[in-house]
Write a protein that binds this ligand. Structure first.
Ligand code: FES
Ligand SMILES: [Fe+2]
Length: 458
């Protein structure tokens, strides 16, 4: 019998994709606020995104409270790669490709659960909860020996945690998670750190498909408050009390947006908590605006504890939040023309059960697969994607120029680079980072870019 051999590295096919850095740079001009729609539509660009962007970024895997016990697992994706995230006996978290090393069958087809091992349903190779090959049927007679060090699923080499969120990265050279998050940490604490004990996932997960490119969703949550008064007008009017004089209802004008050199972004209004009441209902809104405010102010200060409202946020590339509404979602890419949205409701762990239930229902009504406001966003992105099927349409430049020249680093009480809330600074920042990640050789170039205020690619 021939001796089994060691695993050899496959050569990635994507190195053959004929797109030069010069061609990529011609598609995004952050300095002038111009974008080619090809970045939303082209298959070759998408394949390069899977390698260079999703293969090198910190990506959200799961919330800690989804995996309380040893053997608890959650089945997710990093880009289009299926991933098993598993709590280990020592309390740590392991993540590995959900792919059998024999012939590539998906190891586990359940969304989540608790396992002592993962056994492939094709020929029965079996792996422990750390993702190590443990048993091979008829191993001695059929193979002699199959070395687990060589033939276990590909591990996610970097795992890190930030305030309840678990992230993974396939690139060993990625900077640590807190460096990657940069000043965005200060802003996401508005969602993750308002109360002692942090947050927990409430209710189940919602999944739905939108036929649009992932960047429309990521960009909007990073940057776009501008769409809200138009796109969300009808559900907001419908949620007002019937006796309200709508002529007296105006849209807020005061607020800021923030853009991180790492591609993250957020926008928010100042001092407009009243908007949460018609959207969330009395119990959830009252908890956020009143009951929990004193602790939030004590932990985070007046700006984050009380004044910043209606915030939207994206951690580059595909993790987005709405603090206050309390939805967290990942825009999993599914080709250039489709995303799967995976959305959770997060509530302070210490909140009363009735508030958690009120939040679960409020998110169902507003931002979920059936939510009134969610429909507005998805409809826009779907229609744009349809338009881009046209040859002329996908070669006609988009305008991303709002607020150009108005960036500042010294807005009171806000870290980093900010601009007026109705602006596109954070969109330009996201696309600039997209270009850097798509063209950089490795993280030594990207880490340098993220420490500077502006990049050479702009
Ligand atoms: S494909 Fe998994 S055991 Fe054969
Ligand atoms: Fe929206």
């Amino acid at each position: 019998m021939n001796k089994p051999t060691s695993a050899t590295d496959c050569q990635p096919f994507s190195t053959e994709i004929p797109i030069s850095n010069e061609q990529l740079a011609s598609l995004v001009n952050s300095e002038q606020g111009q974008i080619s729609p090809l970045i939303y539509q082209d298959e070759a660009i998408y394949q390069l995104e899977l390698e260079r962007l999703f293969g090198r970024s910190w990506l959200f895997l799961a919330h800690e409270t989804q995996l309380p016990d040893s053997g608890d697992f959650f089945s997710t994706y990093m880009g289009e790669d299926p991933i098993l995230v598993v709590r280990q006996a020592d309390g740590s978290v392991a993540a590995f490709l959900n792919q059998c090393r024999h012939r590539g069958m998906k190891l586990c087809r359940a969304d989540s659960g608790n396992a002592k091992a993962f056994t492939c349903s094709y020929h029965g190779w079996s792996y422990d909860i750390g993702g190590n090959l443990a048993q091979v049927p008829f191993e001695e007679r059929a193979y002699g020996k199959v070395d687990p060090a060589e033939w276990s699923p590909l591990k996610v080499p970097r795992i890190a945690h930030y305030k309840g969120l678990i992230f993974g990265c396939f690139d060993e050279e990625v900077p640590d998670l807190e460096t990657y998050l940069g000043d965005m940490k200060w802003y996401i604490d508005l969602f993750l750190d308002r109360a002692e004990g942090g947050t927990e996932v409430v209710g189940g997960m919602h999944k739905w498909v939108i036929p649009c490119n992932w960047k429309f969703a990521a960009e909007q949550f990073a940057s776009d408050m501008y769409h809200a008064p138009v796109s969300h007008a009808s559900p907001l009017i419908a949620s007002m009390p019937p006796d309200m004089d709508l002529s007296q209802v105006g849209w807020p004008e005061e607020g800021r947006q923030f853009s991180a050199p790492e591609g993250h972004g957020t926008g928010f209004f100042f001092d407009t908590p009243e908007f949460l009441f018609p959207m969330l209902g009395e119990e959830a809104a009252n908890y956020y605006v009143n009951t929990s405010a004193a602790e939030a102010i004590e932990r985070l200060g007046d700006m984050r504890g009380r004044r910043m409202n209606g915030a939207h946020m994206t951690i580059f590339p595909t993790l987005s939040f709405l603090p206050g509404i309390n939805t967290l979602r990942v825009w999993h890419p599914r080709g250039p023309n489709e995303i799967e949205v995976w959305a959770w409701t997060l509530v302070d762990k210490k909140a009363p059960d009735s508030v958690k239930e009120a939040y679960r229902k409020a998110v169902l009504r507003t931002f979920s697969s059936g939510g009134m406001l969610e429909q507005d966003d998805g409809e826009n992105w779907t229609q744009i994607q349809k338009v881009l099927r046209g040859h002329q349409a996908r070669n006609t430049t988009f305008n991303v120029q709002m607020g150009l020249g108005n960036d500042t680093h010294d807005f009171p009480d806000l870290p980093g680079k900010t601009n007026y809330v109705y602006g596109e600074m954070a969109a330009r920042g996201l696309y600039n980072r997209w270009l850097e990640m798509m063209t950089a050789k490795d993280w030594s170039e990207l880490a340098v870019a993220s420490t500077g205020e502006e990049s050479d690619h702009a």
